[in-house]
Ligand binder design. Sequence first.
Ligand code: MN
Length: 290
Amino acid sequence: MVNAEAQARTVRRLVKGMPTSDGAGVKLTRVIGQPQLPDLDPFLMLDEFGTDKPEDYIAGFPDHPHRGFETVTYMLDGRMRHRDNHGNEGVLVPGSVQWMTAGRGLVHSEMPEQQEGRMRGFQLWLNLPARDKMTQPKSQEFGPERIPTATPAAGVRAKVIAGSVAGVVGPIAQPATDPTYLDLAIEPGATFSEPLPPDYAAFLYVYEGSISVGAGADPITVRAHELAVLDEGSAVRLAGVTTGADGKSARAILVAGRPLREPVAKYGPFVMNTRDELQQAFIDFQSGKF
Ligand code: MN
């Protein structure tokens, strides 16, 4: 007989992000894609940005290229305008998601649409398999009203960006990596269990309060601004420990996806499978082929 508790994922390791800056000088915290956690196949990078100081974000990310992967921008606070050279443009407001497939290449900018106030959110880089790296670029944008909320248990709320919870299905479909991306609010003492394919990569990043991971005698408490890399297992079991800014719930993103298990050659904004393909990306960008 299968014991569901025995298959609850445990914490393989806890990682704290590294303060850095990117774009034209935007201050952010790099959690995946830094020396402590260079990648977590299929996830190449996770940045958390969060500040009340305009000087930390106002310079934004002027025109820059991407090829070979996807960027997922999820806004918690603030407004950001994105614009690319394939005719896509939009303003992300709190609760919006932009899922951008760079494919064979685009040039875009990501600039704050505000002079003051708080800017907060995440950008995740999700790899594409070799067969899709040169696909047509595309941008999918979902306002807050298009991100459904599930209430899988008392004291638990899940905004479903990708994947499904309790029959509530998120708007993003990406068959290659089959991602789950949830924004969770969990009250202290409330518990949340969610099945996941056992061999998928998965992480929990807590951004307010604290949440425990695991079942049985030794759950591990994950505190705000810590990322828990989860071990393999057929379910994740979480419990709220302390509250976040609303005085009610801890907040975290739970992200999972199918590993690609392919060679990764990356340099800056290009992520390919071989060095030759990286060189070709530079040549194509410099000759205006994006
Ligand atoms: Mn970008």
